[in-house]
Write a protein that binds this ligand. Sequence first.
Ligand code: ATP
Length: 410
Amino acid sequence: MPAVVLDRVSKTYAGEVLAVRELSLEVSAGELLVLLGPSGCGKTTILRLVAGLEEATSGDLWLDGQLVNNVPPQDRNIAMVFQHGALYPHLTVRENLAFPLETAGETDRAAIDRRVDEVARALDIDTELDRKPGMLSGGESQRVAMGRALIRGEPAVLLMDEPLASLDVGLRNGLRAEIASLIRSMGLTTIYVTHDQSEALSMADRIVVLRDGMVEDIGAPDRVYDAPATAFVGGFMGAPPINLVWATIWLENGKRVTVDFGTQQLTLPWAEPRAGTLTLHHGRPVIVGIRPEALSPARDGASRYRLHGRITGLEYYGHEWLARLDAGLRPADLDDVRAHRRALVSGEQVTQYLGDHRGTSLLVRLDAPGNWAPGREVSVDVDLPRLQIFDGYGRRIEAASWAAAPLDGS
Ligand code: ATP
């Protein structure tokens, strides 16, 4: 039985802002689910709905198999940790941890102390109990905030809203690993909100990518990164970002698939698993996604999966180099996809939205620059299995399920 179920939950604020639309989601017991998306996509609203701090406009919410639509927040067995842990500055860590027990009516001093010691040990803050929050590091403060959320016992679900957002980058990276391992060792069912894709990739069992209050993609981090459901998800995940460019698909039945960027082409073999599905897109614009690490300096010998461009920039990041090539491709940004969507709906000519030659930079990840230098003309090989193709709506084009089936049907 899933620990949390949202069944077609919607939330409209003030009768106007549609913050969450028909959201259906299941969180397994002990799962660390990360809600990821840009500002305003509805992440906090979802947490507040689960906590009971907001009432859903429609839909059902179940916690541990119980329908809780009409159950008030204090009876939902929810624990919450926010960005600003809001510890009481004038109270010691011990007093901060004890506070939720006291407000819940616990008066047995010895029982309170026992529970505080137990939680402080589990979170490795037992040496900080006599300190005030102002004397703690950011990481210690967040652990105290977690301790305070968990002091009343194991919650049905732990809700964390950007708990690391106010900390500096170095501290954040260390802490997210620590928090994820704490959550896992305690077996807590957790919904964790962030707008930081690297935090989501490194912490989550599954990531839910949200956009405009709707689920754009949901899956394990490596699946969402390697095979995003939409161009938007591909563009949101990954730093440096994926290259997203417009192309047109041409098919010669039984022979080859050409991905035509206008100024240059890639020729895919007919054995390419997506060839069958791509027949539906013959002559149509598609969005091609190529991650910078799916491109590499061309090796000797011919390749049909090769692009050419002029190096316009070379950046050093310590663990890698990043080259920018002017390859004469047409970048597909989100506005383009939106315009294209509108055009398809209204029946307008879509080509007018595809832009002119804008001289986009194609990002290429390199281990070392070798003989690459700004101004040089170079070629790059595309790792074909990692070439993403999305339709004009930005939806991933998959291999048809029958494409991989053996011919005799066995
Ligand atoms: P952020 O990352 O910026 O916190 P979010 O993804 O958590 O954003 P929400 O805070 O859930 O997004 O907001 C979703 C939408 O609902 C936004 O358009 C926001 O302006 C709107 N909204 C949120 N709370 C209210 C409210 N109390 N009244 C009216 N509109 C609201």
